[in-house]
Ligand binder design. Structure first.
Ligand code: ADP
Length: 315
């Protein structure tokens, strides 16, 4: 049992996997590197000491002192990293358990609300229907948040799976714009779509690319004031397909731009303008695009609108 525990502790890769960290952030790997540095420093000290110090006892003492010092430093650093990694692992586990536990009650809640709204279990009047609509909207917001949290976990644990298929960005975008139709007209915003003719298809995961376009479109509409304009362009650029979403909205202040793809980040002006939002969409979007072999970026200025774009390689 003890032997197995020791072997497990020595398996650096398994330990790193447990924490869901890359090898360079993993405490066990850092300890291994520090061990190699200690050995190399001890051997170098031995050779240098033999050259310049007459007494072999002094050389031995210097090496022992140096090795002990380096080992203590390595131990302290690794312990600190291990505590951080353990806290990070526990946080991910907590989010995972809570999200999974919330998923089925939320599905049941949504189903029950829809059943009540349909009038199958008893007649409901107009004012009751309004309350049911609020319940439905809030339960689907919770559902979206739970599903975003689970996607973020998958990204952090490098478990985001991509099932590539031939897809047309044009069709996906048209479908999504159609889905947002009532929200677009209620917000009094114009959404335009311009697509280059005979665009080649791309090889990517349809549900994930749909999520990407949905996030960018959702943000463009959400952060654009009444009578604003959102322009979508899809075209070919060398070996890639380029997707651009330009809006005339509130924009992103310069000081916030470097944080925009970080999870849970929301800029101050966005929070003032729109309370709804989790700050997870762009983190997920970037991870999906990069995993699919593409690039993503944006250009923006406060009150000057924003332009987000991504590229994906042609099949
Ligand atoms: P959410 O929109 O749910 O807050 P996102 O991750 O999609 O989360 O976006 C993160 C933040 O980036 C937003 O809160 C907002 O501050 C900023 N942002 C994203 N897209 C736009 C946009 N089109 N216009 C202005 N700000 C944007």
């Amino acid at each position: 049992m003890l032997f197995k525990t020791i072997i497990d502790r020595l398996n650096v890769f398994a330990q790193c996997q447990r924490y869901g960290l890359s090898i360079w952030q993993c405490p066990q790997f850092i300890f291994l590197i520090m061990g190699i540095i200690t050995i190399v420093s001890s051997i170098s000290t031995y050779y240098i000491g033999n050259r310049y110090v007459q007494s072999p006892e002094t050389v031995a003492l210097i090496i022992i002192a140096l090795t002990t010092f380096l080992l203590v430093i390595a131990f302290i650093i690794t312990q600190g990293f291990e505590r951080l990694a353990e806290a990070n692992r526990m946080k991910s586990e907590f989010i995972s358990i809570v999200s999974h536990q919330l998923r089925s009650p939320l599905t049941n809640l949504k189903w029950a609300i829809e059943l009540l709204m349909s009038g199958e279990v008893g007649r409901i009047d107009e004012s009751q229907l309004e309350y049911f609509k609020i319940l439905k909207e809030n339960s689907s917001r919770m559902g979206e948040l739970v599903s975003d949290l689970l996607t973020v976990l998958g990204i952090e644990q490098r478990k985001l799976s991509i099932n590539k298929k031939e897809i047309s960005l044009e069709e996906l975008t048209k479908e999504l714009i159609f889905g947002f139709k009532s929200w677009i007209s209620a917000s009094n915003i114009k959404v335009g779509l311009e697509v280059e003719k005979n665009l080649p298809k791309i090889l990517a995961d349809p549900s994930q690319i749909k999520l990407v376009i949905e996030n960018l479109l959702d943000n463009a509409i959400r952060y654009t004031k009444e009578r604003g304009i959102v322009e979508i362009k899809i075209f070919k650029k060398e070996k890639d397909i380029c997707f651009i979403a330009k809006d005339s909205g509130i924009g992103i202040p310069l000081q916030d731009q470097k944080h925009i793809f970080q999870k849970f980040f929301r800029s101050g002006n966005a929070m003032r303008y729109q309370t709804k939002g989790s700050g997870l969409g762009l983190f997920i979007t970037k991870a999906i695009i990069e995993k699919s072999g593409g690039k993503i970026n944006f250009k923006s200025g406060e009150n000057e609108g924003s332009t987000f774009w991504f590229t994906l390689p042609i099949k």
